[in-house]
Structure formats: structure tokens, C-alpha cells
Design a protein around this ligand. Sequence first.
Ligand code: P6P
Length: 337
Amino acid sequence: MKQVTVTEHLLLHQKESPMATGRFTSMFNELILAAKIISREVNKAGLVDVLGLTGEVNVQGEAVRKLDDYANAVLIHRMQRAGVLCAIGSEENADLIEIPDHLPKGDYILIFDPLDGSSNIDANVNVGTIFSVLRRKEKSECAARLCEVLQKGYEQVAAGYFLYGSSTMMVYTTGRGVNGFTLDPSVGEFLLSHPDIKTPERGKIYSVNEGYWSFWDEATREAVSYFKGSDNERGKPYSARYIGSLVADFHRNLLYGGIFLYPADMQDPKKPKGKLRLMCEASPLAFVIEQAGGAASDGERPILDIEPTELHERVPLFIGSKRDVEKVVEIYRKHKK
Ligand code: P6P
């Protein structure tokens, strides 16, 4: 089979779009290099002492594991040198990360979660890097201000994720469909393995942490019960699959069909709008899922239509097969009346 690299794919399939510019492609190549470096460390995590805690906590108040820290540092270092960014936002950093004065800049803005699911690293469970690419609206030589970064998900020019598992994969979209690439370690290239991914219109899997049942409101309980029971379009229960690593759960449901739910938590004052972040998790995955024919909502609005008010804003997230997400929105709307 003809081997297609990411760079070749970008040039082949984005001919008439601004995404085929050398500047965009060079940014992607730096992102890919960072992912290869992270993949190498994740895949030997069991052998080298990069596990365990750094003794620090991140802005989310979560214990930072060494690989989290490492992945964040690699991405920041590499992407500051991509020469095309005016700002970087990381789930691990409270504020925007500037591009040092002596380095060349550009108009792109990169937001990422460097190693999502990292609490699972010690158990050798798949983890991932999620990324979102925006563009500043007005040309400027200055560093991008936060107000320029807080854009709706519909404004993204590219989004996707790297999944570090039995193999390392890259899945991304630039608004012209979704394509998956698998890293061939023997040549060090991501090669096209999942062309033009489309997710089934209705799934057969639901993914949610049911341990929070007692913290949910009635609408959330009714929505989860719809998938657990037989009074649904399938006429039988959906299969429960929950790894607790968003990228792994999302990727499986993208390919097989299904819905991932992370609802608001009515008891935990830290999670009134759920645990997941809008700009570095929900929004990029929403861009991917919509391009694959699925849907993503906060229970009321499409995720891509939400105007962020802060860099680390959290949102409830219902994402996956279109008919399943629509059902959740229908249930929430009924309870709102
Ligand atoms: P819970 C991992 O910490 C993460 O951010 C996502 O990858 C995952 O989907 C979620 O949290 C799991 O959260 O509350 O079910 O443990």
C-alpha cells in the first residue's frame, strides 16, 4: 500500500486551503516531532524512573506526574521554536506562554493538554496529547493577548490528538474530514492508516464514570439510564466502556460508535461544570467528532459554539455518535422546561 505521510497528506488534500502553506506544515512537523519524543518516553516509562510524582501540583490542583511535566516541557520548547506561533496555552500552565523575543513568531495560537489521562500512566493505560490550533484575527508583532485567544471552537483551523498506546497514533482535522496516522517506529514517520474517518450515526457504547451517580441531577440520571436500559433506539442496553483516559475513550467511540459523557457534578464545588476543559479538551475533540459526522454538546449548546470566558474554563461534555448526543440534549431540554 502506498505510504502517505502527514506532510504529504496535508499538501495533497489541502491544496487550495491555507493549511497547505509551508508555515502551517512546519508547525505540524514540530508538533509531530514533540509527539515522537513524548511517545518514546511514555513507551519506556515502566523502565526509566520518570514515573511517580514531582511533588508539584498544576493549576487544576492535580498532582503532576513526571511524564506530565516532561511532555509539557517538550511541547513548549519545540513549539516556541516553530516560528509560526504568537501564543501557547497549556492545561498545565495557569497563563498563556509567550514566545521569547529572540524567536520568530507568526499568527497561529496553539492550545494543548500535554498528557491527558496521565493519572493512568503507572498502570500502563493509554494516554494522549490533545491540541487545538487557532489564528489571531489581526496581524501584530506583539504577543497575543488572552482576549485574542478566547475564540469559539468553530474558529479552530485545526485540531486533533496523539494517542500513546499499543501503537502511537495521530488523528486530526483541518475542517476537511478526519484522518488517522500510525507511527511506524522503524522509519519514524506517521503513515496514513485510517483515511476519512466517519463515526456511526448511532453507537452501541456509553462511557461515563457511574461512581458519581449520587452527585448527578435528574436529567443526567435519565440520560445515563437511557443507555443502560432497553427503552432506547437499540432496544437493548449499550455496552459500558470507560477507561478513565479521555483520548482513549474518545478514540474507541470515534471508530466504533458511542457516546462519552462527563456531566456537571452537583456536589463537588470544584466541578459545577464538570471536570473537562473547554479549550484544550472539549473544543478540539468536538471539531474532530463533527468532521467525522458526530456531535458534541454541553447538554444545551454545541461545544463549538461556546464563547470561552477564561483559558481553563470547564464544561460538561457529551460527545460521540450524533443520534446519541441529540438524545442527551433532548432529555436535558425536557428537564429545563
Ligand atoms: P474521572 C484524566 O484525569 C481525565 O482528565 C480524562 O482523561 C478522563 O476522561 C477523566 O479525567 C476521568 O475523570 O473523574 O472519571 O476519574
